[in-house]
Design a protein around this ligand. Structure first.
Ligand SMILES: [Zn+2]
Length: 402
């Protein structure tokens, strides 16, 4: 490992990077890897590079194990002038993270976390998740040949087990208070030498930086005005912001876009704290939203997201299930099918447009965090049109103007 510290996001206490300290032992806030201030993006062919190789200067690894990669990242950035015009802004782009190996942005943080785990000599990894992260860690654990522990809630619907179980991890349904499982897993990790790559551990956040690096490369280093991120635990939005900040510190870009944290109105702990001027996030009781991937009642990085949004002049928005479904459909109409959480940014942009928050000269990037086939139950909420006809009537039907 290169000589860098882990720093508490709140009290700034430092910890050695060679050890696993998932939280600060004083204030229990998340830690982050010290910011990179000198570095450049490696040249070469992205068809033969991994994200850890291309952006090696921005990671503290001295040796990169290419064999653990499933060729994550390097996802497309797709624009729509038609949507931008409807929204009254200059440009809107969608960073399509459903193109990752397990169909969500989680793969970036998983490969980075496993690289750290392996660098420290761990042979066992794990995570606590009910969705995208569980699938991602199970797949990457299989690729890396690690013993992989996936802890899920006992009441998880049956259909969600199999996409995790197919990778043959040690999958454990835990009966008890699921909200305690995150912190409990960190204790268990220490007792049993398991490196838990949970939602906002420092190296998962490091992996999310590559979303910012790729956006900058894809936009020829002309950074957008806003980046909108559907927010659950808070690690992804922190990582994306950190990525832009490091590129600016290294002199590769001259400004950092403002972050828009987008939550579902049925589960909006960070928004609630933001509008009530609170310093800390409170737990949401009875969370409910169609966007299950961001249904996190007590986000472990919530306080830090709140601090960073206030410091950097971004904002926090909530959108209803109805608005999410409408945006999901609109996104599909430009060819991108994301899971409900992935439609939250577009719904948020529409809402901000209505409030005149956005300007006609603004360029906005929305993060489409995961693929639509992750949640096929949502189809029943859409009025999908399917026509039927007999073979002999087909020409007549098509010619009828439909
Ligand atoms: Zn601290």
């Amino acid at each position: 490992m290169k000589k860098r510290n882990l720093i508490c996001t709140k009290c700034k206490k430092t910890f050695p990077i060679e050890q696993v300290y998932p939280r600060c032992d004083i204030c229990n806030e998340p830690l982050e890897v010290e910011k990179v201030v000198t570095g450049r993006i490696n040249e070469g062919n992205v068809l033969s590079q991994t994200i850890l190789e291309r952006y090696a200067d921005f990671f503290p690894f001295t040796k990169i194990d290419k064999a653990i990669s499933l060729r994550e990242g390097f996802t497309s950035l797709v624009g729509s002038l038609r949507l931008a015009s409807e929204l009254g802004i200059k440009n809107i782009f969608f960073k399509n993270e459903s193109q990752n190996p397990t169909w969500s942005f989680k793969d970036r943080g998983t490969v980075t976390g496993i690289q750290h785990a392996i660098s420290l000599g761990y042979k066992k990894i794990g995570t606590v998740s009910t969705g995208n992260m569980a699938v991602s860690v199970a797949a990457y654990g299989a690729k890396a040949g690690c013993e992989t522990f996936i802890l899920v809630s006992a009441n998880l619907p049956l259909g969600k087990f199999n996409p995790i179980a197919i990778y043959a991890p040690i999958l454990i349904k835990v009966d008890g208070d699921y909200s305690q499982l995150f912190f409990k897993s960190l204790e268990i990790g220490k007792q049993h030498d398991i490196y838990f790559i949970n939602a906002d551990v420092p190296f998962r956040v490091e992996g999310s930086k590559t979303i910012a690096f790729e956006i900058c490369e894809q936009m020829h280093f002309e950074v957008p005005d806003y980046v909108v991120v559907p927010t659950s635990a808070g690690g992804n939005i922190r990582g994306i912001l950190k990525g832009f900040e490091e590129l600016r510190l290294c002199g590769l870009i001259d400004k950092v876009p403002k972050m828009i944290c987008a939550e579902a109105s049925g589960c909006a702990p960070i928004y609630d704290a933001y509008i009530s001027n609170a310093e800390v996030v409170s737990r949401v009781e009875n969370p409910h939203t169609i966007a299950h991937a961001i249904e996190n009642p007590y986000p472990p990085s919530g306080n830090e997201v709140l601090r960073r949004i206030r410091e950097t002049g971004g904002t926090i928005v909530t959108v209803t299930d109805e608005e999410i479904l409408q945006a999901q459909k609109q996104l599909a109409q430009i060819g991108i099918f994301g899971q409900p959480a992935s439609a939250v940014p577009l719904a948020a942009v529409k809402k901000l447009g209505e409030k005149n928050f956005l300007d006609e000269n603004d360029t906005v990037v929305c993060i489409v965090t995961g693929g639509g086939l992750k949640d096929t139950a949502v189809f029943k909420n859409h009025e999908l049109r399917i026509l039927n006809c007999r073979l002999e009537d087909l020409s007549k039907l098509i010619g009828s103007g439909l």
